[in-house]
Design a protein around this ligand. Structure first.
Ligand code: HEM
Length: 298
């Protein structure tokens, strides 16, 4: 039986806020983490811990597989790495309520953590990117989703946990809008009108670059991305859960041109403006976060 944070496998919410926090110099994060572990219950919040936090807790090697995000060495595009100590994905139905909840977490964590990034996100047209293309079609479903997203067989404290790759992509929609419908469809590799996959799309089309069965080993992830906007900017808050970071890294390497020099056509109109990896701890039977793997036990 998996015991993941319920928000990972649940459907996307109508609205969300993503917060990333740095650890303050010399701060002791134990008390803030205990409060988080106790109160981060239910589908309303998903919590991820970054390598900088585990290092400070001297628990860096207690979560095998957690590492900072590093762009592929031979990448032909800029892929920023912006590590953070803590990541919160607040999920809800009302933007105002989410604003107040995010503010409350910021205040509660203030003794040890400071906010470094925040994006407000929303479901668009039933699960489409702002370009109008359906996102998430090839996601694994049901038990497959749990198998792909969650660690199993690693022992108590780790089983049910998940590794999440997070990147905010900023779109230049003007650049996409000037393309013809066919060019737009060939950028993604699917037809926007009916979501059909296009066999004749070029090799740089996004779904040709990332076809999960086209890797050896196969590279499946559970994507839970949502459009974001904050006034001047907008794009896709890309979020992919996995039982390791390997599948995400393989996909990004191919997208970035590191393998064969060919970059994903997405880069003609969008680019990531940040990038970080986190470990999402499992939950205990009482619903609280299980932080025993990193040595925090009530
Ligand atoms: C602005 C950024 C992105 C946009 C707008 C975007 C959009 C899309 C769309 C519309 C699809 C087709 C429908 C679907 O299967 O979901 C798709 C598929 C996919 N995307 Fe992205 N995506 C973005 C970034 C990424 C990144 C960074 C990765 C991984 C490194 C990724 C991995 C995938 C995968 C694995 C698929 C399914 C491929 C398959 O097996 O057919 N995407 N994406």
């Amino acid at each position: 039986m998996h015991t993941s944070q319920p928000g990972i496998l649940a459907d996307l919410p109508a609205h969300a806020r993503y917060q990333a926090f740095n650890l303050l110099p010399q701060a002791d994060p134990h008390e803030a983490l205990r409060a988080l572990a106790r109160d981060a219950v239910g589908q309303q919040l998903v919590v991820g811990l970054g390598a900088p936090l585990l290092q400070r807790l001297e628990a860096g090697n207690r979560v095998p597989g957690l590492r900072p995000f590093v762009a592929p060495a031979a990448s032909r595009v800029e892929l920023p790495s912006t590590p953070a100590a803590l990541w919160l994905w607040l999920r809800g139905t009302q933007p105002g309520e989410l604003l107040l909840r995010s503010r409350a977490w910021r205040q509660r964590l203030a003794g040890a953590f400071e906010l470094c990034r925040e994006h407000s996100a929303f479901l668009h047209a039933g699960g489409r990117d702002l370009t109008g293309y359906e996102d998430g079609t090839e996601n694994p479903q049901g038990e497959d989703a749990a198998r792909v997203a969650l660690l199993q067989g690693a022992g108590t404290g780790l089983d049910g946990s998940s590794f999440v790759a997070v990147q905010a992509w900023q779109h230049q929609l003007d650049r996409f809008e000037v393309l013809s419908t066919t060019e737009q469809d060939h950028t993604i590799g699917r037809r926007r009108s009916d979501n059909e996959e296009l066999d004749d799309a070029p090799a740089c089309a996004h779904v040709k670059r990332t076809a999960q069965e086209g890797f050896d080993p196969e590279a499946f992830v559970l994507r839970r991305s949502m459009p974001w906007s904050d006034g001047a900017g907008c794009g896709l808050q890309f979020v992919a859960f996995g039982s390791s970071f390997d599948a995400f890294e393989a996909q990004l390497a191919r997208m970035s041109g590191a393998e064969d020099g060919l970059c994903d056509a997405l880069f003609t109109f969008t680019r990531p403006i940040d990038g970080a990896f986190y470990w999402c701890p499992p939950v205990r039977p009482d619903g609280a976060l299980d932080l025993s793997a990193i040595g925090l036990i009530d």
